[in-house]
Design a protein around this ligand. Structure first.
Ligand code: PEP
Length: 254
């Protein structure tokens, strides 16, 4: 597949996997995917497995991501983890503003923007998640919602930082539901987000930024989704928990 932007496929393990299970999974992925050069492959285990997974993937083409981080660098924030702490384990990416955190932890765009800036300050690449609910799509509000989320979550981010930012478009109605956006819906929405980025920055920046699709990505649909002109990878939940399905999503995308 010929695209200027390198695909990036990340597995969001959410609150799953003990350390032993995490090591088992990355051991298999390392072997399965050792020849893949066309895709940036990222695994995002829970915090508790970062240290051991980091050691296990040191000499591989797998990269490490975290699922969240604090907007603060240190201090009295019980239960929080700072960017600098993630860097100790060679974490390179961090998922920010996942819809589950927007829903359950009430994270809003202003907070996500602070986290995005804190991630860049620590040279972590943020994967900033946006996406509409079913009611918003059915009510014809998808573009308005996405515009608010994209502008709000990237407020204050410089052009140079934007280039190092990944956007994950994840329609909330497609996450963990088995429902996937149709190729037309995905392409149309990704193209809309890229036009927004052009307006916020410039053409070069917008063309360089990678926009992942997320929402029930599986081996059976990854080839078609990843071949769309404005889809530059995937953020995968459920199907990233198993070696076979995550490896096949990546192999089918090439
Ligand atoms: C996600 O939670 O980011 C996600 C896309 O989940 P799933 O692949 O399970 O729909």
């Amino acid at each position: 597949m010929n695209k200027d932007r390198k695909l990036i496929i990340a597995g969001n393990w959410k609150m799953n996997k003990t350390v032993a299970e995490a090591l088992d999974l990355v051991h298999g992925l390392k072997l399965e995917l050792s020849n893949v050069k066309e895709v940036d492959i990222v695994v995002c285990p829970p915090y508790t497995a970062l240290c051991e997974v980091s050691k296990q993937i040191l000499d591989s083409n797998l990269r490490l991501g975290a699922q969240n981080m604090s907007e603060h660098n240190f201090g009295a924030y019980t239960g929080e983890i700072a960017a600098g702490m993630l860097k100790e384990f060679s974490v390179r990416y961090v998922i920010l503003g996942h819809s589950e955190r927007r829903q359950y932890q009430k994270e809003d765009d202003a907070l996500i923007a602070k986290k995005t800036l804190a991630a860049h300050a620590a040279s972590l690449k943020p994967i900033v998640c946006v996406g509409e609910t079913l009611a918003e799509r059915e009510g014809g509000r998808t573009q308005k919602v996405l515009e608010t989320q994209v502008r709000g979550s990237l407020h204050g981010v410089s052009k140079a930082q934007l280039e190092e930012t990944i956007i994950a478009y994840e329609p909330v109605w497609a996450i963990g539901t088995g429902k996937t956006a149709t190729p037309d819906q995905a392409q149309e929405t990704h193209a809309f987000i890229r036009r927004l980025l052009l307006d916020m920055a410039d053409e070069v920046t917008a063309k360089r930024m990678r926009i992942q699709y997320g929402g029930s990505v599986k081996p059976a649909n990854s080839r078609e989704l990843m071949s769309l002109p404005d889809v530059d990878g995937a953020l995968v939940g459920g199907a990233s928990l198993e070696e076979r399905s995550f490896a096949d999503i990546i192999k089918n995308a090439i």
